[in-house]
Design a protein around this ligand. Structure first.
Ligand SMILES: [Zn+2]
Ligand SMILES: [Zn+2]
Length: 216
C-alpha cells in the first residue's frame, strides 16, 4: 500500500517590493521613494520554526510537542501565510511540503506502471496501469483491490519454479512466476510449504481445502 510522508513544510512567498523599506532598506524615506524591481519575481521560502524549538538553545523532539506533526506544521505554515498574505510587498503566498511515497511492505519508493508502458514494462499479462512495481506483496494487494483475478480456473495451488517438490498455496505461490496446479495435479493433496518466518514457520495450508475459484 502506498504510504505518504510529508516533510520540508514551507511557505513560498513571491515578493513585489516597491519601496526600499519593503526590502528592509529602511531610513531612506527622505531621500528615496521607489526601487527598480528585477524582471523576475523574487520568490523566497519561509520555513516554519521547528515545533520542538521552545526557545533559543532549548529544543525537544517534535513528537513531544505534537501527536500530529504534519498537521501542526501545516497549521503553522497556514498562520505564516495568513500573516504575510496582505502585506503590500507580497504578491503571492502558498503553503507547500515535500511528499515522499513509499511502499508499506518493502519500504521502497512507490512507483506505478504508467499507461503508456503497460505493454513494454509490465510484470505479466495481468498487469494494468497503476500497478506498483516494487514488490510481490504490493502487486498482489493492488490486484485484489482492482478485482483482477490472477488465479486461473480450477487452480488450487502452485508448484515452486525451482523446487518441483514444493507446493505453494494460492496466497503464497505468486502466480506470475510459479506453475499453476489443479486438484488433478495433486492426487495425494498438498500442503503449502511457504516459510513465513523463522518464528511462524511454514504456512501449512491444505491446498485442496481451498475451493477452486475462491480467492484467498
Ligand atoms: Zn513494495
Ligand atoms: Zn501458504
Amino acid at each position: 500500500m502506498k504510504t505518504t510522508t510529508r516533510d520540508e513544510w514551507r511557505v513560498i512567498v513571491t515578493l513585489k517590493p516597491r519601496t526600499p523599506a519593503d526590502l528592509g532598506l529602511t531610513g531612506l524615506s527622505d531621500l528615496a521613494e521607489f526601487i527598480a524591481c528585477p524582471v523576475e519575481p523574487i520568490t523566497v521560502s519561509v520555513l516554519p520554526r521547528r515545533l520542538g524549538k521552545l526557545s533559543a538553545g532549548m529544543s525537544v523532539p517534535d513528537d513531544v510537542m505534537s501527536s500530529d506533526i504534519d498537521g501542526s506544521y501545516r497549521r503553522r505554515c497556514d498562520e505564516i501565510a495568513a500573516e504575510l498574505r496582505y502585506r503590500p510587498q507580497v504578491a503571492e503566498v502558498t503553503v507547500t511540503c515535500t511528499e515522499t511515497h513509499s511502499c508499506s511492505h518493502c519500504g521502497l519508493a512507490w512507483e506505478v506502471l504508467a499507461a503508456e508502458h503497460v505493454h513494454d514494462l509490465r510484470q505479466d499479462e495481468f498487469s494494468t496501469a497503476g500497478e506498483p512495481n516494487c514488490c510481490d506483496k504490493a502487486i498482489a494487494e493492488f490486484r485484489t483491490e482492482q478485482g483482477i483475478e490472477v488465479h486461473g480456473e480450477g487452480v488450487v495451488a502452485y508448484r515452486h519454479p525451482d523446487r518441483p517438490g514444493v507446493v505453494l498455496c494460492r496466497e503464497h505461490g505468486y502466480p506470475w512466476f510459479a506453475q499453476p496446479l489443479t486438484s488433478d495435479d495433486l492426487p495425494d493433496g498438498g500442503v503449502c510449504a511457504y516459510k513465513r518466518s523463522r518464528l511462524l514457520g511454514e504456512c501449512g495450508r491444505d491446498v485442496l481445502a481451498v475451493e477452486a475459484g475462491e480467492r484467498v
